[in-house]
Ligand binder design. Structure first.
Ligand code: UT7
Length: 320
């Protein structure tokens, strides 16, 4: 058995900040942000929470799939910006949806979260442990971004994306995943729920710290290598892949991956201009947009690939 995505959904708050709004907050410009990142605007929550966005994306995905909430037997929410420590966001989503038969837990793998969640959903379905799975990536990054740091705040935004899986005949292809905790310091944010948190807040370590150059170098090297490894393990050829749906971190990173793989950029859809980097929601939002535009055809081969804090990264093969 394999998990087949039978519905997708996404949600972003209607409120947005464009680059000129950010230029009023830090020493930057619309031109710099567009050229260096590809971001034009990002959606920022006013009333939404990580859970409310996850619920809206999930409702859209369930409707798209024609699946009733009570049919779900597993809900995984990938997030690094959970509303509460307990209960987990997935249980709160379950409550709102009325998905009374689902087992629920959260996953924390930052920008690799949707990719790792995709692999987890596939593993559970192919083992026969769960059948109908809801996977959600939801992030309210505006709550943890350092809005005084121009070298990081220009990238991030809020949003959620979801996918519903059902079992189908097939064999689970190999996937490629990596973690390197020894390099974790280049992208970090400490919890406010720890001893001495007042000091951490004062020193500014409870908001996102990012060594952008190091993350950039890591991403442009490791993401194409992971995709090549995936091709080797699955026996697929790059030219036979219909779409490369990458984590939307920086347009220049996506362009660099396409160039290194020698694949036409037309196969790398992007929406970073609209949302910025929404961490574990970014792949899911893009997948949903493509699905709703009718860009995804039955049998198409899609590579999902992401990277982020941890460090963590990888690539998976999805047949639509
Ligand atoms: O999901 C994973 C999350 N993170 C990432 O994927 C981040 C990956 N890294 C990046 O996207 C890029 O490194 C950034 C967009 C963060 C930065 O772009 P860059 O081209 O690597 O810029 P840089 O850090 O090398 O800085 C170049 C210059 C510096 O000035 P000097 O030293 O050359 O005078 C910076 O001070 O640009 C300056 N700078 C800015 N100027 C205007 C840095 N941020 C800004 C800014 N506006 N917002």
């Amino acid at each position: 058995m394999i998990g087949k995505i039978c519905g997708t959904g996404s949600y972003a708050p209607s409120n947005y900040w464009d680059n000129n709004d950010l230029a009023k907050m830090v020493d930057t410009s619309d031109e710099w942000i567009r050229e260096r990142t590809g971001v034009v605007r990002r959606h920022i929550s006013v009333d939404d929470t990580t859970v409310s966005m996850a619920v809206k994306a999930s409702r859209a995905a369930l409707e798209n799939a024609g699946v009733k909430p009570e049919e779900l037997d597993l809900i995984i929410v990938s997030t690094i910006t959970s509303n509460k420590i307990i209960p987990c966001a997935a249980c709160e989503v379950q409550k709102e949806l009325g998905a009374v038969n689902a087992t629920c837990f959260d996953m924390s793998a930052a920008c690799s979260g949707f990719l790792f969640g995709y692999n987890a959903a596939q593993a559970y379905i192919s083992s026969g442990m769960y059948q109908t799975v809801l996977l959600v990536g939801s992030e309210m990054l505006s709550q943890i971004v350092n809005w005084q740091d121009r070298s990081s705040c220009i990238l991030f935004g809020d949003g959620a994306g979801a996918a519903v899986f059902r079992p189908a005949e097939g064999v689970l292809p190999p996937c490629v995943t990596y973690s390197d905790g020894a390099k974790g310091q280049v992208l970090s944010c400490e919890s406010r729920h720890q001893k001495g948190w007042e000091e951490k807040v004062k020193e500014g370590s409870t908001v996102v710290y990012m060594d952008g150059r190091e993350v950039f170098k890591f991403a442009v090297k490791q993401e194409p290598a992971a995709i090549r490894k995936l091709m080797e393990l699955t026996g697929e050829k790059l030219e036979d892949i219909d779409w490369f749906i990458l984590h939307q971190a920086n347009l220049r990173i996506i362009e660099s991956v396409a160039k290194r793989l020698k694949v036409d950029m037309a196969k790398f859809p992007t929406n970073i201009h609209e949302y910025g980097n929404t961490s574990s929601a970014s792949i899911a939002i893009l997948l949903d947009e493509m699905n709703r535009k009718g860009m995804l055809k039955e049998g198409q081969k899609i590579v999902l690939s992401g990277f982020g804090a941890g460090l963590s990264w990888g690539a998976s093969l999805l047949t639509w």
